[in-house]
Design a binder for this molecule. Structure first.
Ligand code: DOR
Ligand code: ZN
Length: 364
């Protein structure tokens, strides 16, 4: 249809133009931190699904609307960017909260953080058995459930927690609520990639009922990067990088052309001193280099012609939103990523791959 038509020009050896992309999984934080990182995202992306794991979390429609206003107020003049808001599911979320979220033009999903799985997930869900009414309301309204897909059982090996989550949580929930629309966020394993590849079905509206987002770091690196030449905190995120066989399965999924796979950076800013400490925070601040890294990953398997679908078309189709009207151009023009950038409160932040030279660069 006209809504999903490609604006991509065939990639030459030196440049690539695609329809303006969106980021379907992003952490923007709040206050001065948000003001510091927002322009990096708004420069590349027209819209982003904004994660609700603030302190305290965004659990009501009113809070989501107020957060949206703060984001818009922090946007530098001349930049256009639309934050797509989400609610944070808790044991106390009521069916009525979900219905009101589904009615809001600004709320596009509800995020499931298993309690204790990651940054600011303390208020997350202890057991999905407590969320039956909320899940039924999601199924009824069609508002997507966005999932951090890791079990939190300390007896399960950290590297296995996503695969176990698919079997023990995702599959039972989808069986109990067959009309539920779900996104497994930032997938990191072959098991998750194959599950979403094989089990997603088109609804009556033609939209996939199960999707996954993929980050640049999981497409480009395996877990060796965490330990290369010493402990590398800037490669540490959750779910953590996995073995090479998983990276290859993720790259295959991202470049498959299947509509259930789309771009979500999971850009997760933490100040430099909170990453480079004895107990460093999880999260890669990839926003300043996001499209460049996806282009690098797609080019590595000769799939630049599939980048526009992944970055700009599949996400809007899943969320039932129009695709963007304008375009973005990348040039093959090697450049070196700054080693640090200004952040909130006089602190600095290290962008993902700071100090490294990248082959692609977004045109100004
Ligand atoms: O690495 C991560 N950082 N993973 C998450 O799930 C949360 C995120 C954050 O908010 O910092
Ligand atoms: Zn995230």
């Amino acid at each position: 249809t006209i809504l999903t038509a490609s604006l991509a020009k065939p990639a030459t050896s030196s440049s690539l133009t695609l329809r303006r992309p969106d980021d379907w999984h992003l952490h923007l934080r709040d206050g001065a931190a948000m003001a510091a990182v927002l322009p990096a995202t708004a420069r590349q992306f027209r819209r982003a699904i904004v994660m609700p794991n603030l302190k305290p979390p965004v659990t009501t429609v009113e809070q989501a609307h107020a957060y949206r206003e703060r984001i818009l107020a922090a946007l530098p003049p001349g930049m256009s960017f639309e934050p797509l808001m989400t609610l944070y599911l808790t044991d106390a979320t009521q069916a009525e909260d979900i219905r009101r979220a589904a009615e809001s033009p600004y709320v596009h999903g509800v995020k499931l953080y298993p309690a204790g799985a990651t940054t600011n997930s303390q208020s997350g869900v202890t057991t999905l058995a407590r969320c039956t009414a909320a899940l039924a309301a999601l199924e009824e309204t069609g508002l997507p459930l966005l999932v951090h897909g890791e079990v939190t059982d300390p007896d399960v090996d950290l590297f296995d927690r996503e695969a176990v989550f698919i079997d023990e949580v995702m599959e039972p929930v989808r069986r109990d609520f067959p009309g539920l629309r779900g996104v497994v966020e930032h997938i990191t394993t072959r098991q998750a990639a194959h599950y979403v590849r094989d089990r997603s079905q088109r609804g009556v509206d033609g939209r996939p009922n199960l999707a996954a987002t993929l980050t640049p770091q999981h497409l480009l690196f395996n877990r060796n990067a965490l330990f290369k030449g010493g402990l590398q905190p800037h490669w540490y995120c959750l779910p953590v990088l996995k073995r090479e066989e998983h990276r290859q399965a993720l790259l295959e999924a991202a470049t498959s052309g299947l509509p259930q796979f789309f771009l979500g950076t999971d850009s997760a800013p933490h100040a430099r001193h909170l990453k480079e400490m004895a107990c460093g925070c999880a999260g890669c601040y990839s926003a300043p280099v996001a499209l460049e890294l996806y282009a690098q990953a797609f080019e590595s398997v000769n799939a630049l012609d599939r980048l526009e679908g992944f970055a700009s078309l599949h996400g809007p189709a899943f969320y039932g939103l129009p695709v963007n009207a304008d375009t973005l151009t990348l040039h093959k023009s090697p450049w070196t990523v700054p080693t640090e950038l200004p952040f909130a409160d006089g602190k600095t932040i290290v962008p993902f791959l700071g100090g490294e030279t990248l082959p692609w660069r977004m045109a100004d």
